[in-house]
Ligand binder design. Structure first.
Ligand code: NAD
Ligand code: WQD
Length: 342
């Protein structure tokens, strides 16, 4: 049996897929989550896939006392993967304090508890949102960090600073910050996926919900961008590929293979696809005709971004294996299973 790993936010979308990969690699996983954006039934999904139900603690990590209590109960954890955060960009603009309070306090409480309990390794969920609209594409880890477009984006920038400054003052701690591009798709079993709480903000869950009849039509936010088909370009990465990168990152820290105590890696495919390409791919893999309408641009959207993945490919030795087709098909299969659609 390999070591114990704490996964904060492990009941969530990316967290649950990472828990599956950790269990498949022989780790004992301890999930801590307050279910603010997830459902306890995800544990059943994880058990169906792996045969193991991970330990689960319902704890609000933005609460210092609850966090300290949780860490004091968990013995012999060797690392933390910190997913727990709020992630809705628009909501963060409406209610910035909700985002600063949850995302920043949770991180501080987790770091303090790690220091108190002598846990040295933390992998942090960062985002391509830290780059804003880069001037040069593809975007590398050395690209400029632009002023954040939203309080959510700012929490990711501030979190990276908090981690790197804490590490500077405490040489025992080590961290890898993973900057995700656009995670999509679901586990091949369709037992877990992206939990559709409320109206989705993101493109792929909106597409699958529209095709499933939950939404009337997909609104395509603008086709007058400076891109080949006029719709914005993103780097869509299969969530299972993303999950696997966390194993590589955590083992790099545990095995002391890191070259600095704070490292940053982009996690994307290195390839950009437009909104229309995503829609066309969905129609192709599902055989469904999607009801969509082009409307005006969404405020705050950037035109195009995709990752330079040289560093994660060469230094982490990680490469995504799944195609856009596979990712979109897996999202559709999961949607149908969740909705009992044949
Ligand atoms: P998610 O909402 O599905 O998962 C986050 C989990 O954290 C949820 O289960 C939620 O209940 C939990 N949580 C939130 N606040 C908590 C708290 N105070 N205490 C305990 N648990 C708490 O989101 P996700 O898509 O899986 O994202 C995971 C991480 O990756 C987040 O940090 C997010 O910002 C980051 N990220 C996500 C994306 C994306 O597009 N999904 C892209 C880049 C970065
Ligand atoms: C993708 C494209 C939309 C919905 C967000 C966060 C970012 C990161 C990833 C966390 C855009 C278009 C979308 C719809 C549409 N998350 N679209 N109709 O905006 O790249 O990034 O998720 O860190 O921080 O901002 O992802 O999936 O919302 O949009 O036309 O109903 O799809 O305009 O071009 P985005 P998205």
């Amino acid at each position: 049996m390999k070591k114990n790993i704490i996964v904060t936010g492990g009941a969530g979308y990316i967290g649950s897929h990472t828990v599956v990969e950790l269990i498949n690699c022989g780790y004992k996983v301890i999930i801590v989550d307050n279910l603010s954006n997830s459902d306890i039934s995800v544990l059943d999904g994880i058990e169906k896939i792996t045969g193991i139900k991970p330990d689960f603690y319902n704890t609000d990590l933005s609460d210092k006392i609850q966090t300290a209590k949780f860490f004091s109960k968990v013995k012999d954890a060797i690392a933390v993967i910190h997913f727990a955060a709020f992630k809705a960009v628009g909501e963060s603009v409406e209610n910035p304090l909700k985002y600063y309070s949850n995302n920043i306090n949770s991180l501080i409480n987790v770091l303090e508890a790690m220091i108190d309990n002598d846990i040295k390794n933390i992998v942090f969920s960062s985002s391509c949102t830290v780059y804003g609209q880069p001037e040069i594409l593809p975007v590398t880890e050395k690209s400029a960090i632009m002023k954040a477009d939203s309080p959510y984006g700012n929490t990711k920038q501030i979190s990276e600073e908090i981690i790197s400054e804490t590490i500077f003052s405490n040489s025992k701690l080590k961290s890898i910050s993973l900057r995700y591009f656009n995670p999509i798709g679901a586990h091949e079993s369709a037992e877990i996926g992206e939990l559709p709480v409320g109206t989705p903000n993101n493109l792929v869950p909106f597409i699958t919900q529209t095709a499933a009849g939950i939404r009337n039509e997909l609104k395509v936010y603008g086709n007058d961008y400076n891109t080949p088909d006029g719709t914005p370009i993103r780097d869509y990465i299969h969530v299972v590929d993303l999950a696997k990168a966390h194993i590589v990152a955590i083992e790099r820290l545990i095995d002391n293979k890191n070259s600095k105590n704070f490292e940053v890696f982009n996690l994307g495919t290195g390839k950009g696809n437009s909104v229309m390409e995503v829609i066309n791919t969905f129609e192709e893999v599902s055989g469904e005709k999607l009801n969509y309408k082009i409307i005006e641009r969404r405020k705050g959207d950037i035109e195009k971004i995709w990752a330079d993945t040289s560093l994660s490919n060469e230094v982490l030795g990680w490469k995504p294996e799944k195609t856009l087709h596979e990712a979109i098909l897996s999202a559709w299969i999961r949607e149908k299973k969740y909705r009992n659609i044949k």
